[in-house]
Design a binder for this molecule. Structure first.
Ligand SMILES: CC(=O)N[C@H]1[C@@H](OP(=O)(O)OP(=O)(O)OC[C@H]2O[C@@H](n3ccc(=O)[nH]c3=O)[C@H](O)[C@@H]2O)O[C@H](CO)[C@@H](O)[C@@H]1O[C@H](C)C(=O)N[C@@H](C)C(=O)N[C@H](CCC(=O)O)C(=O)O
Ligand SMILES: Nc1ncnc2c1ncn2[C@@H]1O[C@H](COP(=O)(O)OP(=O)(O)OP(=O)(O)O)[C@@H](O)[C@H]1O
Ligand SMILES: N[C@H](CCC[C@H](N)C(=O)O)C(=O)O
Ligand SMILES: [Mg+2]
Length: 499
């Protein structure tokens, strides 16, 4: 436990109004999480101003608040820490409050447009096979060994992240494997974290709504490699970088530490060759000077997953994991929820649920599906609202070019008009050369039912965009929605009708 005075002493120009010996038991920016003794951080958010929740925070037991404002009123006995700028102040006080948990564990950070979640799951599997206790932070969930906790962002903000890391340290984790999003790097959510191994998967178009240009987006990602270069209190830092991707060079230029490059097309430290991709998995040979050749036979498929495997192997080698352990873990690895996941419900055609939500993701998944397809590919997909609009026509065009039938539908429309999003997708669909058939169906359930109804023996229905998500974010509410459940129900309805 620390006092508000100790926190203030770390900051220049911070003022305490009230008792500097006020004890702080925790830090939160969400009034709904405040407990007795919490320091409540008032964030003037995009949707709502956190200052509005001071009464709720105080009622829940907050002992102090942090703000940049001079006009904030609090009840008698509540201390106020007034800071000049909120974000830099949090970056300093939050890791200190938790005694810098990331210094006590090895930390593997993974960035890139696609493949972060997949790489993090594979890396976790390898490290666990090696006997380490592993914490994981990423899009799907937080895991502390087998304990699962919910998550709201791929990379949580500094308050939630440091709290999570402190829990992991207190539960004796040796490793943390975490996805590091470009938003997180831009907003410095990773303040106070010393990364030991930083991994770059790839860079393709996404998030231009936020970063505006691909150059800014790339430079945000490169910040992870500044973090792995810092001369901190740990030894043995490595940058693991995909050099088949043009942005790999920028990542390496930022990384003042050991480099481990990987590639399929170029000469690299780690290289996959003789790749054979089939419906149930992939076979290939990995080359690295430490082990020579490693023949692999995996349950996950697609060239993109060969890259993800190399990212994870690169991280494992940087952490000195034995080659035999790596091979054993990889060959036992089955799947990441909602990534190229097969839905089997007794139908005579295939259904694949996947999380592709970028042009590159759509292209990779549909090309992989094509490699294994015996007949038609029916793609069901959409684009999220309040996200990069420029990717919509591109995804529409790619889906139309690579599938035989396209059913464009809603993803998470958020505050946007779903029909408008579809019209932007359709622009691309109409541009495509050689499209066989397309339909626009706003309701995602109807779209999935339509695809299943259309499917004939040996076709593949590929449902893209929402993967593991079990919700759909609409304008005024979030509803339960799960592509896998819907697909199973659609098959059951079709089979019942046939009888
Ligand atoms: C644009 C952006 O980054 N927004 C983030 C921001 O939200 P915000 O500023 O809108 O917050 P707000 O909802 O207005 O709330 C303001 C304050 O009031 C507080 N509050 C609110 C309600 C209440 O009852 N009591 C209360 O105290 C909130 O806790 C908050 O402190 O701060 C929130 C808390 O840290 C984040 O969850 C939220 O991410 C939103 C959900 C988001 O969609 N972010 C995306 C763009 C994002 O960051 N994505 C990347 C992944 C990208 C990828 O992997 O491809 C990610 O890392 O997740
Ligand atoms: N290495 C890769 N290259 C291109 N596409 C990929 C790659 N790995 C996965 N994909 C595609 O991207 C989708 C998302 O994969 P994954 O969840 O691993 O990425 P992510 O980087 O964690 O995404 P997010 O930004 O949402 O966190 C997959 O379902 C697949 O369609
Ligand atoms: N991390 C990505 C996930 C997109 C998933 C897709 N289902 C959507 O809602 O657009 C994002 O926040 O942009
Ligand atoms: Mg992810």
């Amino acid at each position: 436990m620390k006092t508000i005075g100790q926190l203030a002493d770390l900051l220049e120009d911070a003022v305490i109004i009230g008792n500097r010996d006020t004890v702080i038991t925790g830090i939160e920016h969400d009034s709904r999480k405040v407990q007795q003794g919490t320091l409540f951080v008032c964030i003037p958010g995009v949707h709502v101003d956190g200052h509005k929740f001071i009464p709720q925070a105080v009622a829940a037991g907050a002992s102090a608040i942090v703000t940049t404002r001079e006009d904030v009123e609090v009840p008698q006995g509540i201390a106020v820490l007034r800071v000049k700028e909120l974000q830099p102040a949090l970056d300093t006080i939050v890791p200190y409050f938790h005694d810098y948990p990331a210094r006590k564990m090895r930390v593997v950070g993974i960035t890139g447009t696609n493949g972060k979640t997949t790489t993090s799951y594979i890396t976790r599997a390898i490290l666990r096979k090696a006997g380490y206790k592993v914490g994981l932070i990423g899009t799907i969930q937080i895991m502390i060994e087998d304990e699962v906790l919910p998550i709201h962002n791929t990379t949580p903000d500094v308050v939630e992240l440091q709290h999570t890391l402190a829990m992991m340290r207190d539960k004796g984790m040796d490793y943390v494997v975490m996805e590091v999003s470009s938003h997180a790097l831009d907003q410095n959510r990773v303040a106070g974290i010393e990364f030991d191994t930083a991994v770059f998967t790839n860079l393709t178009q996404d998030h231009l709504d936020y970063h505006k240009t691909l150059e800014n987006y790339m430079l945000a990602k490169a910040k992870l490699f500044d973090h792995v270069s810092e001369k901190g209190c740990k030894q043995g830092k490595t940058a693991v970088v995909n050099i088949d991707d043009a942005a790999g060079a920028t990542m390496l230029a930022h990384a003042e530490c050991q480099h481990l490059t990987y590639a399929i097309e170029k000469e690299a430290d780690l290289r996959a060759m003789d790749i054979l991709v089939h419906a149930n998995g992939a076979e290939f040979v990995l080359h690295h000077e430490s082990f020579g050749e490693m023949k692999l036979s995996l349950h996950i498929t697609g060239i993109f997953n060969v890259y993800n495997v190399m990212s994870a192997v690169g991280a494992a080698l940087s952490e000195h994991i034995d080659a035999s352990v790596i091979k054993e873990a990889l060959e036992a690895f089955t799947a990441v929820p909602g990534r190229f996941e097969l839905v089997k419900a007794g139908q005579d055609f295939s259904i694949i649920v996947d999380y592709a939500h970028t042009p590159d993701g759509v292209e990779n998944v549909l090309k992989t599906a094509r490699k294994i397809a015996k007949r038609r590919i029916i793609a069901v997909f959409g684009c999220g609202g309040d996200r990069d609009r420029t990717k919509r026509p591109i995804m529409g065009r790619l889906a139309a070019e690579l599938a035989d039938v396209v059913i464009a539908t809603s993803d998470n429309p958020r505050t946007e008009d779903p029909a408008f999003i579809l019209s932007q997708v359709e622009e691309g669909v109409e541009e495509a050369i050689g499209t066989k058939h397309h339909e626009l169906i706003v309701d995602r359930r109807q779209a999935i039912y339509r695809a299943v109804e259309m499917a004939e023996k040996d076709d593949i229905v590929v449902i893209l965009g929402k993967g593991h998500e079990n919700y759909q974010i609409l304008k005024d509410k979030t509803i339960h929605f799960d592509d896998k459940e819907e697909a199973r129900a659609a098959v059951a309805a079709k089979l019942a009708e046939k009888k």
